[in-house]
Design a protein around this ligand. Sequence first.
Ligand code: R5P
Length: 307
Amino acid sequence: MVEKIVIIGPASQGLAFRVAELLKATPIATESKVFPDGETYIRIDIEDETILRGKDVIIVQTTGPNAAGNQNQRLMELLMIISAVKRIGPKTLRVVAPYLAYSRQDKAFLKGECIFAEEVCKMIQSAGATEFYAIELHNPDILKVFSIPAYNLDPMEGLSRELKAMHIPDPVVVSPDKGALQRSQDFARYLGDKVPVAVFSKERDKKTGEITMEGDLKLMNKDVIIVDDIIATGGTMAKAIEICKKSGANSIYAIGIHSLLLKNAFFILKKAGTTKIIGTDTIETAAFQISMADVIVNAIKANEKVK
Ligand code: R5P
């Protein structure tokens, strides 16, 4: 069997290490910096390139913003790592970008816009990826632009396992908008038989970004779990929490699969009255973290079996 190597991207140090452990692969670090002119620099921390030649190489690097960098820098680092590995000549080059930068720019909403989510996919492929994995993409349809195998992994089973262990007494799953309904229904199904799902209607002004949300839900004394793919500024989640509180909810768990928690989002959600903010390690931030390492490793192993 060909040796597996996991390259630990600087934005996914915890998750990448967990993936390496579960795969019994050799972890290799990277060294990165930003030059005075703003250009990104990264190298794989090896003295002998034959360590990677002919091997099954897996790069784990998220491309979302966190305290240590913005998404442009993260994306550039990822492309540069892929390019370095490709130059050396691996047998396979799997790229795991658990959160995909620009994934919300998946349509031309206004005249004159580009669909940059698709361009990001094209860049990852042309840099040298032979397989691509993301988790809970905002719009999985963008994967159609890849001609290599590309997967949108489902985090819901793993998430619900952790939530079940919290023994939340009387749960209702709330979807903050119609777009998140399918995701919320999947989550509720994993959580247990007959866990109800309620939905708010949300509008976002395409120019100002301002959110309006409505919903008349029967949540008196219920334990509410709000599930969204992304918590960015926290605006959507805070509005949903506010309505749940007004509807008499007992406790409120805010789940953002990708909890970017920009600026003071954590504070805003705490102030709004959330009991617990739950994220995953697709983005390593202050939210309570549920690891997606097993979701990634199971998918890689399943694809290996098929070959
Ligand atoms: C929107 O369609 C997404 O599913 C999220 O609701 C949104 O990206 C969250 O952004 P923010 O936290 O800034 O409201």
